[in-house]
Design a protein around this ligand. Sequence first.
Ligand code: GDP
Ligand code: IMO
Ligand code: MG
Length: 445
Amino acid sequence: MPGLAIVGTQWGDEGKGKITDLLARDASAIVRFQGGNNAGHTIVRDGEEFKFHLIPSGILHEDKYCVIGNGVVVDPKILLEEIEGLRKAGISVSNLRVSSNAHLIMPYHILLDTAGELKLGKLSIGTTRRGIGPSYADKALRLGIRVQDLLDEKILRKKIMAALDDKQQALRELAVRRRKLQREGEADDEVPIDDRLDLHSITEDYLNYGHRLEPYIADTARLCWSELDAGNKVIFEGAQAALLDLDHGTYPFVTSSNPIAGAACVGAGVGPTDIEQVWGVVKAYTTRVGAGPFPTELDDEAGRHMSERGHEFGTTTGRPRRCGWLDLVALRYAVRLNGTTALAMTKLDVLAGLESIKVAVRYRSKAGAVLNEFPYHQSILHNATPEYVELAGFGDEISDCRKEEDLPPAAREYLTFVSDFVGVPIALVGVGPGREQVIWTSAAV
Ligand code: GDP
Ligand code: IMO
Ligand code: MG
């Protein structure tokens, strides 16, 4: 049985959590391979809503391994809170495993992330302020602290000391800059910045987290190999999405990891030949949280329809998501980047009630050039105007449909148009948040 990657194809929040929960049914392990608690994945089971930030979305299947791979950045405090929440809900976490090689998010990463946002003032990226960027930066600088370091007091203290050295200075400088912004009335006053960091209390806290996490810490690459080698299906669950990819997304308005399928190998410790299927999750329209280019963004009735009917507010930060039409130029780019073999289209039900539906099929540059492909230069994208094809709307309600034949013809035409355009079959369609609110199409493998 193959490895199967599930990835986002837009700017996140496509419904990856729900699709992972569904496809996990015949898997033996579900592995998160990048990102951290900037992610927010929602699963609705029997009307009960579960939100996960770090724990893989397979956790509701208690008989499967749920793995936090080496490519994830782990805030241990948040992880312990999620474990506790699940225990309280009566869900076993005994099959949870955390890679000993995963890097940690430390309190100074969160401060630096917040301070960095304030530093840039109006040009901020709009990060989730969870410390993701600074943690990955420390990893690349080889100043990172890993999950395994939690188990050795001497090493932990030494590493925190080394990492803190330049952080104190950076935070002091940022605090000065922030005060200047405050005087100029530009600082975001909602978030207090505490620029004092105490080696002793951080070490004590993290030793305590390590003690509590110890039963879950493991050699997770080896676990993946043994499942794959035994012929079992392993799901590699991506967080964020292609257009937030550090290398291929709308840099610098991206996250600090690689959410595309190729990164599953690095972030879990398996080889490219271990992954046979790649499922791209696409929302029937587009949303984006935070700043950055978004050619099909709407500020009209249709956009408000998506926002309201789709409850488009961030799972992690509660921020309203920007909404717009489906962008097939960007989707085709994401499909190719990921080597996508099938698409799962979520939230088709949200488009019901609209008289007609548009999809972007090309862009027009500021100079008037026709752009059939996602532009490689960011300035062109910033100034690109989408050109649309208008398709028929499909009535008021489709959330009770369970088979392709139940869908109104116009909804089926929408699916066909999208899959023909990007050249990949749509295997699964979401018609509501519930686990059962899906349609497996004839293209499902
Ligand atoms: P993720 O980050 O990709 O896992 O997506 P989120 O969980 O952040 O956001 C997706 C939201 O849409 C969640 O609230 C889901 O419960 C919800 N959702 C998922 N699929 C569908 C669907 O087909 N229809 C509707 N109406 N909601 C959906
Ligand atoms: P899931 O997994 C949507 C966005 C932030 C910001 C940018 C950088 O739920 O799809 P970061 O905190 O990562 O440094 O922020 O990336 N972002 C997401 N947007 N869904 C997510 O995750 C996101 N994770 C990060 O809003 O614009
Ligand atoms: Mg989300």
